[in-house]
Design a protein around this ligand. Structure first.
Ligand code: CP
Length: 304
């Protein structure tokens, strides 16, 4: 049985396949109602140093729906970080108030640092352009729900593959399965070299493509927005803004059963007319954040 109790969840690099599959199973049991009240009596801190809608609110919904309590901040301006308190001091205090900490931070590696300090599990809700493990768990859960298995599947990853942390976590997780990846992005926003090296090491079949050339192969097209806030030079952002889009015409390049996923928020990379297409999965995908995150917190707090 995989061991989760007391463990921080920082990066997909730390996760074994059997652990991911165990988490998926428990998320399914929560979603079906077989497993209930997995956070009864548990207190969760939700520390968001960066804006969020889905991650923060689905975590909070997960805690409340499973009988737990949640407190925290959505804006670091309302915390003593505003007065200059360090992240380590914040963690040293908050860990005394709760059973687990969910944290999003704009600095890459902040979650790892918090986990090193904390005596309670720290769950990474996204750290800069680095990792977003809980997004990946809900992405995988959604993929399993739709296709049953990931082996033999072909996945297109489109958009900002350089700064998109959801892409980095998902690509790492997919190395546990027999998949083929197509990377679809402007040249300047291609997958960082250290992730390419990781994929090679894991012997994953991948290539750079366009929707036009690989669309008829894809089981999933995972689209992401340009991470405007992570560009160092606004001129560089302007050069790639609007350079890719999934609209009604682009749907013609996909198979009748190619699901379109997106971690959201979207800006203009998927037009709203696509929302009514039965292949558009992104809102259903976001809703799966609740059972998936409930399962993860249940596991790390030892209630599952
Ligand atoms: N997908 C995601 O992380 O969304 P939020 O930034 O709204 O949490």
């Amino acid at each position: 049985m995989p061991k989760f109790k007391g463990r921080s969840i920082v990066s997909l690099k730390d996760m074994e396949k059997k652990e991911i599959l165990h988490l998926m199973k428990k998320a399914g049991e929560i979603k079906s109602g077989k497993l209930k009240d997995v956070l009864k009596g548990k207190v969760i801190a939700s520390l968001f140093f960066e804006p969020s809608t889905r991650t923060r609110l689905s975590f909070e919904s997960a805690v409340l729906g499973q009988g737990g309590s949640v407190f925290g901040f959505a804006d670091p301006g309302a915390s003593s970080a505003k007065k200059g308190e360090s992240l380590s001091d914040t963690i040293k205090n908050v860990m005394g108030y709760c059973d687990a900490i969910v944290m999003r931070h704009f600095i890459e590696g902040a979650a790892r640092r918090a986990a090193e300090i904390s005596t309670v599990p720290v769950v990474n809700g996204g750290d800069g352009a680095n990792q977003h493990p809980t997004q990946t768990f809900l992405d995988l859960f959604t993929m399993f729900e739709k296709k049953g298995s990931l082996d033999g599947k072909v996945i297109g990853m489109m958009g900002d593959l350089k700064y998109g942390r959801t892409i980095h976590s998902l690509a790492m997780a997919l190395t546990h399965f027999d998949v083929k990846l197509h990377f679809i992005s402007p040249k300047q926003l291609s997958v960082p070299e250290h992730y390419i090296e990781y994929l090679k090491e894991k012997k994953i079949d991948f290539q750079e493509s366009s929707v036009e050339t690989c669309g008829k192969e894809l089981d999933f097209l995972y689209c992401t927005r340009l991470q405007k806030e992570r560009f160092f030079d606004p001129m560089e952002y302007e050069k790639v803004a609007g350079s890719y889009r999934i609209d009604k015409e682009a749907l013609e390049y996909l198979k009748a059963d190619t699901y379109i996923m997106h971690p959201l928020p979207r800006v203009d990379e998927i037009t709203v007319e696509v929302d009514d297409d039965p292949r558009a999965l992104y809102f259903e995908q976001a809703h799966n954040g609740v059972p998936t995150r409930a399962a993860l917190l249940g596991l790390v707090t030892g209630r599952i």
